[in-house]
Design a protein around this ligand. Structure first.
Ligand code: NAI
Length: 358
């Protein structure tokens, strides 16, 4: 059987650091195991265009392994050409790079390693909230430049204590973000999600649900986005919704770049409607060199906490999603049942409610 994996090239770093398992060099640590069983394992980062390794091998691969960090975009068109494809495994969390509706139609299973990096992301969100609210990046850049003008950075630095923080999406990550914010004594923790938190979970973090999105954002000093990308969330944070944000709010998005409208966010930051935008996800990955989110700033020259997509790919997370990928593959090869929480699309359609209300 042909197993195709689209991973990112880790270069020198991956040769020096074998725990960078999600790279083309270290191949999730499963090459030997796969080949011992007589299967073919094609691994590449080459994913764009009809001559790419991805598009050449997808036509007869039975298993596709992809990572959200360097997504091989499996469109409906490619699915129609992938005659042999039975299962897509996401080494990580977030399968929006696969046309899930087309997978449902063809009966192709889609699985994720649910939970594998949710703590990694939640920690990154808490860090991003703090670095925006405290105006950390411009302060650090000032030090590197050799300058020392405390008032220049203090003029836009605040405490997180006493602020209202809300998450769009209160699943594994959103819940963990609010849970980690408890000791900061925020004024209130809010969430917006069509699925209410179980009573004990809402009680544990003392979070209030707001059912109308505009009302929700208008109450938050900080909004963090933690829902999957699907038809109902693409472009959700657009110019119209941003106009309902509190003036000068901070926005953190580690979910998916395309949930926030690129130009509307840049304009809101430039005008000061947003004081800051931070995250690690982009509408196209890798992000082009001239992507406006790389350099956009608020009127005081700060408010940008963007990094490449790495919040969910710490070395700890890589160990977990590599082991999880192997376990899903093991179940598939042995025709054993999969862990229910990992199944996004099963043989009979969607098995999760997280990718939209249907
Ligand atoms: P989850 O499935 O546990 O939770 C998602 C929550 O979002 C669910 O409660 C669902 O009801 C809610 N939701 C869905 N559509 C919504 C909408 N229209 N409005 C409000 N809420 C909505 O997923 P988890 O593990 O918390 O991950 C969430 C997302 O975070 C992933 O789908 C992925 O896109 C992203 N992620 C990013 C990573 C990174 O490295 N930056 C790593 C891992 C996940």
């Amino acid at each position: 059987m042909k197993i195709l994996a689209i991973l990112y090239s880790g270069g020198e770093a991956a040769r020096q650091e074998p725990r960078l398992l999600g790279t083309t060099e270290n191949q999730l640590g499963i090459r030997e195991w796969i080949e011992k069983q007589g299967h073919e394992f094609i691994v590449s980062e080459d994913k764009e265009g009809p001559d790419s390794v991805f598009q050449k091998h997808i036509v007869d691969a039975e298993v596709l392994i992809t990572t959200p960090f360097h997504p091989g975009y499996l469109t409906a068109d490619l699915i129609s050409k992938a005659k042999n494809l039975k299962i897509c495994i996401t080494a990580g969390v977030g399968s929006d790079h696969i046309d899930l509706n087309a997978a449902v139609e063809r009966g192709i299973e889609v699985l994720e390693v649910s939970g594998s990096n949710v703590v990694s992301v939640a920690e990154h969100v808490v860090m991003s909230i703090l670095l925006l609210v405290r105006n950390f990046v411009p302060a650090h850049e000032m030090i590197e430049r050799g300058d020392w003008q405390v008032s220049e950075v203090a003029r836009n630095a605040y405490d997180l204590e006493g602020k209202v923080v809300g998450t769009i999406g209160a699943g594994r990550i959103g819940f963990r973000v609010l849970q980690r914010l408890r000791p900061f004594d925020c004024k209130e923790l809010l969430y917006y999600d069509y699925a209410p938190l179980p009573e004990h979970a809402a009680k544990e973090i003392n979070a209030r649900r707001v059912e109308d999105l505009k009302e929700f954002v208008s109450q938050c000093d900080v909004v963090t986005v933690n829902c999957p990308l699907h038809e109902g969330t693409r472009g959700l944070v657009n110019a119209e919704l941003l106009s309902h944000f509190k003036k000068g709010a901070w926005l953190v998005n580690t979910a998916r770049g395309a949930i926030c409208d690129r130009d509307a966010v840049a304009a809101a930051l430039k005008s000061g409607q947003l004081s800051g935008y931070s995250g690690d996800v982009w509408n196209v990955q890798p992000a082009p060199k001239d992507h406006i989110w790389r350099t956009m700033k608020n009127p005081l020259g700060g408010g940008n906490g963007m990094v490449p997509h790495y919040s969910g790919t710490t070395l700890d997370a890589q160990a977990r999603y590599a082991a999880g990928t192997k376990s899903i593959l093991e179940n598939y090869l042995a025709n054993s049942p999969q862990e229910p929480q990992n199944v996004i699309v099963g043989r009979k359609g969607y098995e999760t409610k997280a990718y939209g209300q249907r």
